[in-house]
Design a protein around this ligand. Sequence first.
Ligand code: COA
Length: 189
Amino acid sequence: MNNLDSMPTLTTPRLILKSFTVDQLETVHRWLNDPELAYYDDDEPPTETSSTLEETKTTLARWINRPLSSGIIDLAIHKQENDQAIGFCQIAHIDTYNQRCDLGIVIGHKPDWGNGYANEAVQALIRYCFVELKLNRIGAEIYEFNHRSLKLFKKLGFQQEGTKRQYVFKDNQFKDELVFSLLRGDWQE
Ligand SMILES: CC(C)(COP(=O)(O)OP(=O)(O)OC[C@H]1O[C@@H](n2cnc3c(N)ncnc32)[C@H](O)[C@@H]1OP(=O)(O)O)[C@@H](O)C(=O)NCCC(=O)NCCS
């Protein structure tokens, strides 16, 4: 795939985004079984979101071994100061012909929410997508009730371009998913 020769390692003032390692199984397992994270980032029935350790092992192996040709890049987010893993992110649906991709991010270590870590990580991902992958469009889809994520992506210049009406069933109600994008032309480094 063009412009995608090796898994990136991205650094920001406080973070390093790099490939997962097998020794992160327990941490990843905790995050994948956290109902609050799933509430904001998953449309499975709440009763089906938990996975066994074996299933998490398979997921983690997929994240680590995914070929670059898959058009998906999974990275763990670590604090530089102590190398603690605090979350993960994905550049998905990388399409080098149409020059677009989609972004996803989770700060799994919830005490770190609100400290600007996701902002820093997404800035680095945006830069990588536009400068290294030479893409033109980055998409993000966010549930209407995910106020932190909405604030994060809007602050970074993403514009809402659509609404998937009543797309998810949460709290016994249908809720919208909002569709955002950032175009290369909108982006101010
Ligand atoms: C969404 C998420 C990635 C944000 O991570 P984070 O490190 O807390 O994000 P940041 O601190 O960089 O930015 C969050 C913004 O929301 C604001 N915020 C915090 N709590 C808030 C709340 N209850 N309501 C609205 N905004 C809030 C913060 O002040 C910050 O804005 P600011 O930069 O203007 O101060 C994190 O909360 C998370 O992992 N959530 C669960 C998974 C998820 O929702 N992923 C995204 C799916 S689209």
